[in-house]
Each structure stands twice: as structure tokens, then as C-alpha cells.
Write a new protein. Structure first.
Length: 395
């Protein structure tokens, strides 16, 4: 008998009196399990208005559509009593049917012993649904935390997110007092990709800095403590393309707006220039680099600005939504004097993606050590804590 449309009754063996009943019969035999899953579609409501849809095809492939992203899987019958799917990791389930109610089934995660009860509601379709979202392990119809973590590391991801980055920066340099200077700031960078086709996205991403405190060197040799202020807002307008083999290319424009509310914390110039990125996305993780160049095109004309900037990034996927990753930013100021052009850090970090009430959240911590910094005054090291909730896209 094939599973069709199901409605989940309860999510856990512990809390369901139905699950404790004695009228459940295991579904066994490779042919029966193959027939059960092949061609089936699993649906689950993750959040109000957000539904995950899992499709299991006869050729052993599967895909989960959730949060505007498609997660690729494979599946196979294991032995006589399990069906296993493989995404970032492999999960296996056993199935049972209720002998007293032909419309009721349940699936058990072999590794976690978590049990889900389903009910057939439409015999004309090959779809089953449940009402309660799965946890970090995911399920037959919803992505796991590990799958979401890998997708969020893809620079061409379809997933929308609100990215909050909190930085502490310690400075050093030749000017007196440089070693005692520091800054604390937050950068808010929403990412709302617009899907052009299955492999191409349009990105328009503002980067809005809020400076809580910043020690600024003064002409008389002292430092002033500035903040709380808005900094110059950055933005990029780009198109990302995923090629066969996991190669990702991105190209577009990057710019900076003179929005700083404190003259000491901004350039008072409009900047604009090209940007490009290349990355490799594989099951083990991501490795890539983004480079941009910006010139002043308007605003303060007492000085010129010509800055090449960028970011190298990497992520290595671990278990349960954990990753080793970092995304340090670097710059080369073409107008600065000798010894004050390069700013380049080495970065290391870790992140954890977890699901709260069906919504993915990614938390990260990074440490950057600047191996190259302006001689006069520049960053020595930086600590970054980031929080990135996934959101439903408005389109």
C-alpha cells in the first residue's frame, strides 16, 4: 500500500497515547518499502505560511523544498525494514501501519528513536503531511540543521536571511596610544535573493553599520571616543550563477553611501565600482573569494578614494549543523602612503545552525588576526559574533 496524503497527529512517541497502542504492524520487505516511498511527496508546515515539501522519486533521488531553497537527497531501502535518505548525513526510518485504522501510519527515526504519526487524508494523491516540524535532524519532509547550514554557506543560496554581525576591534600602530584604541560595532546585512531561474539569483544587499564606540585619532595626537552613530552604508547589486560541478560565479556593482552621522566615522563621499566572486561548493563545504574596487564618484573632493576590497570565505561542514568557517574582509588603499595600504587578516571560526520552532538560526563566532595593517594606525585583532535567522522571502 502506498502512502498518500497524511496529516501528522503528534510528533513524539513520548507524548502520544496512539503511539503506545499495540495495534501497529511493521511494514517490512524491500518491495513494500520501495512502493511506500517511491513517488511520494511529504509536506510539513514549518512556520505559518512556510511549508516544506519533500519529493521522493522512483530513481532513488529526492529533493526538499523549504525556505525558497531546494535540498538534494538520495534515498534507498536498507534491508527489509528501513528506508534511508542521504543529504549532508544519512538518516534511516522504519514504518508501521495501524491495523485498526488503515489511514494511520507512523515512522520511527532509527538513530534518535523519535516517532511521527501520520494519517491518510486523500487517496488520490501521493502526498503525506504532518503538522509538527521536525527538530535539528530534519525528516522525510523537512531539511535538517546540517542541510540548512550548508545551504546558507553557499554564496548563491536562495534562502533569505537577516544577518547581524557584532564586532570588537582592537587597534595598534606607530602613533602614541594606538595600542589602547578599540571599537565596537554592529553590521546589519539582510540578504533577500530574487530567483531568476534554477541556477541564477539576483542580490541587492545593503550593509548598514551602527558604531557603538570608536576611538578616533586626532591631529593633536590624542584620541576621541565616538558613538553611538550610523556609519557609511555599503551595498552591492549582483547576479550569482551556479555552474555544473559546484562552481559559483558572481558579478555586479558595489558601492558606499555617505550616510555617517559623525564626520569622523565616514568618508563623506559616494563610492562605486565593480565586484566579482568565485567559489567552489561541495558536500564537504565551501571555499571562495570576493573582490571589489570602489572609486569616489561624488561628494568631498579634497581627497581621492580608490580602494580594492574583498573577502575570502570558507566553511567545512561537520555534524548536527556545526561548521568550521570564517569570512574575513581585506582591503588595499591605493591612495594611502607606503606602509599604510594593506589591511589583511587571517580568520578562524565556528558556527552552529539550529532550528527553533521550524525556523533556522545560524550563530557564529570568528577571530581575525591582522597580519598586515596600516603602520600608523590599524586593526590588530577582531572578534565577531553573528546571528542569522532565516526568513520567508516577500516574493
Amino acid at each position: 500500500m502506498k502512502l498518500t496524503v497524511f496529516t501528522a497527529l503528534l510528533a513524539s512517541f513520548t507524548f502520544s497515547p496512539l503511539v503506545n497502542a499495540d495495534n501497529w504492524q511493521p511494514i517490512t520487505g524491500a518491495e513494500a518499502l520501495q512502493q511506500l516511498v517511491s513517488g511520494a511527496t511529504a509536506e510539513i508546515e514549518l512556520q505559518p505560511g512556510v511549508t516544506a515539501v519533500g519529493k521522493y522519486y522512483a530513481d532513488g533521488t529526492a529533493e526538499i523544498e523549504a525556505w525558497n531553497e531546494t535540498f538534494q537527497r538520495t534515498w534507498a531501502v536498507k534491508g527489509d525494514d528501513q528506508v534511508c535518505y542521504t543529504g549532508v548525513k544519512t538518516n534511516c526510518f522504519s514504518f508501521e501501519k495501524n491495523l485498526d485504522d488503515k489511514a494511520e501510519f507512523r515512522a520511527s527515526n532509527v538513530a534518535t528513536a523519535e516517532v511521527f504519526v501520520f494519517r491518510v487524508t486523500d487517496a488520490e494523491t501521493d502526498t503525506f503531511t504532518r503538522e509538527t516540524p521536525a527538530g535539528n535532524e530534519g525528516g522525510l519532509g523537512s531539511p535538517s540543521a546540517a542541510e540548512v547550514a550548508a545551504a546558507l554557506s553557499d554564496p548563491n543560496t536562495n534562502m533569505g536571511s537577516m544577518n547581524f554581525q557584532f564586532d570588537y576591534i582592537s587597534y595598534d600602530g606607530d602613533i602614541p596610544g594606538a595600542g589602547s584604541a578599540s571599537a565596537t560595532r554592529m553590521l546589519w546585512q539582510p540578504s533577500l535573493p530574487y530567483k531568476l531561474n534554477d541556477t541564477t539569483n539576483l542580490f541587492i544587499r545593503p550593509a548598514i553599520p551602527v558604531i557603538f564606540s570608536q576611538d578616533v585619532p586626532q591631529p593633536d595626537g590624542s584620541f576621541s571616543s565616538e558613538g553611538v552613530d550610523l556609519g557609511d552604508i555599503g551595498f552591492d547589486f549582483s547576479v550569482g550563477k551556479t555552474l555544473p560541478g559546484g562552481i559559483v560565479l558572481l558579478g555586479g556593482l558595489a558601492g558606499t553611501l555617505p550616510t555617517a552621522t559623525n564626520d569622523s566615522l565616514g568618508l563623506d563621499q559616494w563610492l562605486l565600482g565593480p565586484e566579482a566572486a568565485v567559489a567552489m561548493v561541495q558536500k564537504w563545504g565551501v571555499l571562495g573569494v570576493l573582490v571589489s574596487h570602489q572609486w569616489d564618484i561624488a561628494g568631498e573632493d579634497d581627497y581621492d578614494t580608490s580602494i580594492t576590497g574583498g573577502q575570502y570565505f570558507y566553511a567545512f561542514n561537520l555534524k548536527d549543523g556545526w561548521q568550521i568557517n570564517a569570512s574575513p574582509t581585506f582591503s588595499y588603499n591605493h591612495e594611502a602612503s607606503s606602509g599604510n595600504k594593506w589591511t589583511f587578516p587571517l580568520g578562524i571560526g565556528a558556527s552552529k545552525t539550529t532550528l527553533f520552532g521550524g525556523r533556522p538560526w545560524k550563530f557564529g563566532l570568528q577571530y581575525w588576526h591582522y597580519v598586515k595593517s596600516p603602520d600608523n594606525f590599524g586593526p590588530d585583532y577582531q572578534i565577531r559574533f553573528s546571528v542569522s535567522p532565516v526568513i520567508k522571502l516577500p516574493w
